[in-house]
Structure formats: C-alpha cells, structure tokens
Design a protein around this ligand. Sequence first.
Ligand code: UDP
Length: 342
Amino acid sequence: MARAKKSEKGITENILQFPSNKSKKLKKILVAGGAGFLGSHLCESLLAADNDVICVDDLSTGRIENIKHLFDLPNFTFRRHDVRSPLNVRVDVIFNFAGPASSPAYQADPVGTLFTNIVGARNLLELARRRDATIIQASTSEVYGDSRVSPQREDHLGDVGTTGPRACHNEGTRCAEAQFFDFHRLYGLKVKVARIFNTYGPRMRPDDGRVISNFIVQALRNAPITIYGSGLQTRSFCYVDDLVGGFMKLFNSSPDVIGPINLGNPTELTMIDLAHRIIRLTNSKSPVVHMLAAVDDTKQRRPDISRAAGQLGWRPHVDIDDGLLATIDHFDGVLRHAAANN
Ligand code: UDP
C-alpha cells in the first residue's frame, strides 16, 4: 500500500509500507534490470501496489544502492543474474528493463549489448511462455533511429541503420520487439511493448554519460558544460515518476493493449536550451563549450503520445524545471557524499 505525498516541488513521492492485506494473493512480478535507474523506481511502485517483486539484475550498470532500501520488505527479493542465461522462477508478470541504456555504456560493449537485447529478451519470453505470464518490454525510441519525421508515431518504421555505433542498441531493441510480436502471434503470449523516450531523474549515475547527468554534474562543479556538436539537436525529456506511472497503467491495462506504445514527454528542447536551463537552476558559473558532434547522433526526437493518452489515459505531468530541480537535488547529494568520503 502506498501513501502519496506531494514534495515541495509538486512531485509525488511514494512512501513504501508493508502490504495491508496479508491474505490477498499477491501477483509475482519479475523485473529484469530492476536495480537500474528506471527498474528500481518501477520495483518501488509495484511493491507500493501490493505485489511480490523479484528483482533480477547482473549489476553491470544497475546498482545495489538503488534497491538496498527494499531489502527488508517481505515482498521483495533480489537475484543477481545475467538474462543472457535462461532463468526459471514462478511469475505472473515479467518486465524486461535489462540492458544498458546510455550511449557510452552500450557502445563500450556493443556485442554484449546486442546479445542482452536479443538473447535476454528470448530467455524472458520463453519463461513467460512456460509460466503463462504476461510480459512487458521496455523498448526505446531508438527503434525510430535518426527519424526524418517528427513527432514520432508508433507506425513510423524508423530511419535506422546497421553500420553505426548506435546500431547495437537500436537494432538490438528492434529485434527484441520483433520477437515479442512473434511470440504473441505464434503462441498467443500476452505481451505489451512500450517505447521509452529520454527519461531523467534521481538515481541516474553521475558517470552515466547521458546529457542530463553530464550537464547537471558539470554545472554543480562549475565545470564547462559540454555540448556535442551545434547543440541544435533536440530531445523531449520525461521525468521518471511520469514514466513509471505510464508503465503502471500499461501493467493494469486489458490484454488487448499490446502496443507498441510511446511513453515520453512531448516538450521538446534543444541541447543549448537545456544547458542554459541547468545553469540557471543551479546558479552555476559554468561556461558552455562545444565539442565534436557524437557519431551517429539523432537530430530530433519527440514522441506522439496520442496512443498512450487514448489507450491508457496517460500523459506526463511534471514540468521540466520541477523535474530538473529534483534531479539537481539528487546529484547535489551524490557529489556531497562523495566529497565527504574522500
Ligand atoms: N550530449 C551533449 N553533451 C553531453 C552528452 C550528450 O551535447 O555531455 C548530446 C548528445 O550528443 C545527444 C543529446 O545530448 O544529441 C542526448 O544525448 P543522450 O546520450 O542523453 O541521449 P540519446 O542520444 O541516447 O537520446
């Protein structure tokens, strides 16, 4: 059971409590990648809604500190496991968040990333089939590639390629999606596929390499803000609570909602705008510097969320400045803690 409280910034915070109804048959839910940034927030929301959660993570990019506050809860278990190997547990629902999401992380091990996306999804699909479980794929807007259409709707087939350094991630997640729809067609497996657009918030790693974590850490240190290329490329940033709310709605949706379904915030920003917002919100003295553009970078990304609005009744609520302030608080705490321990 969750009590919700509004923070000073208007962001809802879940306060975890033990389930109220001990006799109720709880759903057993496996969250693969559950110790990661998004997976750990999802574990909290599922526990707060009185479910049994089995968190599976190989801790390659996920971290124990994201979930250690859940270890004392009777309905939470953690298993260190790499989904590239098969696993067998009793489950009713599986969420697949396994795999590195930031471009430095997935480009550091492109072949491993491909195998996690493809073989990991296959292993979890086989588990769902054996257990007659529903399986929900955390796919990504990367399936649209460097899209020539904006906003991106789910029926856009994508402007993608196999030759660049992002291919391991976008082709890997495209293959994962294809397997989901094949298992649905061939075996009648209950599947749901969500495509996540850029998401940010507390628990991102300071060394994650994505733009929001880089800019905030740089601003808090008064170090140069590194814009790759012109800075005119755009992204649409969704606060983590909004995104997890979308997954909870998908989880509770009827079996005929299979997706793919975009989850993201349509407010689009250039990287120059983002840099100046973060400088303003942190009162930073950081200069802005332009570096070489990233290879294979996407120029424009913005979700069309009419399907999520129509089928799930979902849309994001957190304003970008409120979400950035909460994320700045998080990184401020992380940097202070690191300084105190040095
Ligand atoms: N970016 C940047 N400076 C950084 C990190 C990223 O200008 O320090 C740019 C990057 O080139 C891209 C955008 O910010 O155009 C978003 O990058 P991110 O890695 O956060 O997300 P993705 O490209 O995977 O959507």
